[in-house]
Structures are given as structure tokens and as C-alpha cells.
Design a protein around this ligand. Structure first.
Ligand SMILES: C[S@@+](CC[C@H](N)C(=O)[O-])C[C@H]1O[C@@H](n2cnc3c(N)ncnc32)[C@H](O)[C@@H]1O
Length: 210
């Protein structure tokens, strides 16, 4: 369920392919050994076997932990390289995951998800029209009662990542950005330590769709 790539998607794809071919996934600044806040928020939202889509999943370990717990995850990324690493890591268990290689702003989901999870993707959408497209995909990929977890750089976080500009959010501004259809039910701040030892503020927001 992937729409044809547009020029801006191609540029973004080229960028992220370069990033993933430049260093091992354990060395990228966003690498996280254990996605504790994400797992806690998902557990508080719904029980297995709920479906959980990890948007811009990269090579994150979230999907590994989710299948261990009995959830039914999907992993979506604009480039195949990090997803192929996860598939290799999981071996036979990779068949328990739905895989999508597409720009999230052009995603056509085959079904609605119980949980939409995005760590460190939405903050790269610096143009209002991209955020509008994201919101419309989010709406089409969830239903009333679905959980939406979005983690971005906080107001004290960096304004660039991986050579790209980012938008920093507070829980209030992120909530405003998503709009009235999503109730903010939980917020958590995390100081993420990059592999090179830099501290970055993240804000995690859990919403429930009305
Ligand atoms: C900063 S990394 C975060 C990866 C992962 N969520 C994590 O927490 O480890 C951003 C990821 O989003 C992907 N990405 C960037 N723009 C995207 C887009 N428009 N659609 C889908 N994936 C995108 C990148 O390829 C990369 O894997």
C-alpha cells in the first residue's frame, strides 16, 4: 500500500540512505538500547495482541520488544536499509511484523492501527504542508479510541539532527499541531544520551483519538 514517490520524498530517501550507509545503527545519535517510555505508554494504552505501527522505525528495537510481549507490530520507514537490519536481527520472527517502505506522509495503510508510534520523525516535518499530509495519513490509519504516541525534540532539544533542521515541541504545541481530534492523556520528558555522549531533550506525548 505505497503511493508513488514524489521528488521531495526521493531527496529525503537519498538523505536517509546516506545516513544509514555512513555508520552502524548503534552509532546513530538517536540509538536507544531499551525504548522504556514507549513500551510503558503502549502498555498503559492497550494489551496484546493490539496492533502497533512504528512510524520511521529505523533499526529501533521497539518492534523486537513488542513481538516478545505478544503485540502485532508494523514497521514503516522511508528507506529499506534499517528495516533489513531488523529483519536480519529477528530471523524467522520478522514474519510477525508488517513491513512498509514509504514516506509516512504518503502512506496508505491497509487497516487502522490500535497504536501509532512515532519517535523522532514528526520533528523533521518543517513545512506546514508536510505536517498537514502527516495528519491526514494519521487520521486514515487510526480510528476513534486509537492511541497516538509522538516523541519529538523538546523545547530545550537540538534544532538540527542528522544534518536536517527540526521543529521543537512542548506538549502544548504538539497537541495544538495534532488538533482537536486527539486528547493529550500523558506526557513524559526524557534526556536522551547519544552514543557520543551528548544530552538531548525529548518529549513523549500520548494521545487518544476521539
Ligand atoms: C531519527 S530516526 C528515528 C528512528 C527510530 N524511530 C528510533 O527511535 O530509533 C528517523 C527515522 O525516520 C525515517 N524517516 C525520515 N523521514 C521519514 C518519512 N518522511 N517517512 C518515513 N520515515 C522517515 C528515517 O529513515 C529514520 O529511520
Amino acid at each position: 500500500m505505497v503511493k508513488p514517490m514524489q521528488k521531495d520524498s526521493f531527496e529525503s530517501q537519498e538523505h536517509w540512505s546516506r545516513v544509514y550507509s555512513a555508520k552502524p545503527t548503534e552509532s546513530v545519535s538517536w540509538f536507544q538500547e531499551h525504548p522504556a517510555i514507549s513500551l510503558e505508554m503502549i502498555a498503559r494504552s492497550c494489551e496484546p495482541p493490539a496492533t502497533v505501527l512504528d512510524v520511521g522505525a529505523g533499526a529501533a528495537h521497539l518492534v523486537d520488544r513488542l513481538i516478545e510481549r505478544g503485540y502485532r507490530p508494523g514497521a514503516l520507514d522511508i528507506v529499506p536499509e534499517p528495516l533489513e537490519q531488523v529483519q536480519k536481527r529477528l530471523g524467522d520472527r520478522s514474519s510477525e511484523i508488517e513491513w512498509f517502505i514509504t514516506d509516512v506522509t504518503r502512506f496508505d495503510s491497509p487497516h487502522p492501527w490500535d497504536v501509532w508510534h512515532d519517535r523522532a520523525v514528526f520533528h523533521f516535518l518543517t513545512r506546514p504542508e508536510e505536517r498537514e499530509m502527516y495528519r491526514s495519513v494519521l487520521r486514515a490509519s487510526t480510528r476513534s479510541g486509537s492511541t497516538v504516541i509522538v516523541a519529538t525534540f523538546g523545547m530545550n532539544g537540538p534544532d538540527r539532527c542528522s544534518g536536517l533542521p527540526t521543529v521543537r515541541y512542548s506538549p502544548e504545541s504538539l497537541s495544538e499541531e495534532l488538533g482537536h481530534d486527539y486528547d493529550l492523556v500523558e506526557t513524559a520528558f526524557e534526556t536522551h544520551q547519544t552514543p557520543s555522549g551528548v544530552a538531548q531533550e525529548f518529549v513523549f506525548c500520548r494521545f487518544e483519538r476521539k
